[in-house]
Design a protein around this ligand. Structure first.
Ligand SMILES: [Zn+2]
Length: 283
């Protein structure tokens, strides 16, 4: 494992939890508000970097973690950061997390698939995943990636997104600094803070998160974990079940157990990617 660098931050940035974002028109590349949402996303990343730098952080890696993973305006991202961008990244939202970083920030994150009150809730792929369960409990990307950080000996000290996301983060990392950007009023609607206000709060929160990181232990995954994906259709589970080591745990569900969390995470990514191949191409 690379040497731990105490002044380094790895940032994963998704889009659904960004201030101002509530609908598909914001998060889909074809959406009429997409270009504007990219700007807000880029500004939130920069606010977090600025805040962290003011508390002594000096090395930054930003992993663009939404959709096709090339949403940020590369030339507008703070030049102190390296940017992980492009499709397809083998480790997806977790790309680069193994680079020896001390702490991680999750910006613009969102609630898990099936959460009753979360903006644009999903887990990895809305077109395939109905629910994702870790050791029997429904979880979202926040939880899955907090444990991935822990696997690489990094803590997660800043999470931003809607109310559901912030609660998921604090349940797992009690002293995690959270910035609530909005409260869901429905899956595609929210009562939200002004994007500029969110950026201001993020800068302050990131500065605090670096201080918090000095006393926050990584959240380690359990010694043995079981992940179960419930797919939208049985045909998707048929495909996921082809992966060696999986087991069919239900009519639409496939599970995978491992003592190695990274292996489990990779199995999750493979299942997420192979399941949509069950949908026949349009004629
Ligand atoms: Zn996401």
């Amino acid at each position: 494992m690379p040497k731990r660098d105490p002044s380094s931050v790895w940032i994963s940035v998704d889009m659904e939890g960004i201030g101002g974002v509530a609908a598909y028109s914001h998060v889909m590349m074809s959406g009429v508000e997409y270009e504007r949402a990219r700007t807000w996303m880029t500004k939130e990343v920069n606010a977090a970097i600025e805040g962290a730098a003011s508390s002594g952080a000096a090395r930054f890696c930003v992993n663009d973690s939404h959709g096709n993973m090339h949403n940020l305006y590369a030339d507008e991202v703070d030049p102190r950061a390296e940017l992980l961008v492009g499709t397809a990244k083998p480790w997806s939202m977790g790309q680069g997390i193994d680079g020896g970083y001390d702490t991680c920030f999750f910006i613009g994150y969102h609630g898990r698939a099936g959460h009753p009150r979360a903006v644009l809730d999903h887990t990895y792929a809305s077109r395939a995943i109905y629910e994702c369960r870790l050791n029997g409990t429904p979880v979202g990307e926040t939880t899955l990636n907090v444990y991935l950080a822990g696997y690489f000996d990094a803590s997660v000290t800043l999470v931003s997104g809607d109310g559901a996301t912030c609660r998921e983060a604090r349940a797992l990392v009690p002293n995690c600094v959270t910035v609530k950007t909005k409260d869901a009023t429905g899956r595609f609607s929210a009562k939200m803070l002004h994007p500029q206000r969110v950026q201001e709060l993020l800068q302050v929160a990131a500065a605090k998160a670096i201080d918090v990181a000095r006393d926050t232990k990584p959240t380690k995954p359990k010694a043995r974990n079981d992940i179960e994906l419930v797919f939208l259709t049985s045909a998707m589970a048929d495909m996921a079940e082809l992966i060696p080591g999986t087991r069919r745990s239900g009519p639409r569900a496939v599970a995978y157990a491992s003592r190695d969390y990274l292996e489990l995470y990779k199995a999750l990514l493979v299942m997420v990617r192979i399941a949509p191949s069950a949908v026949p191409p349009e004629q």
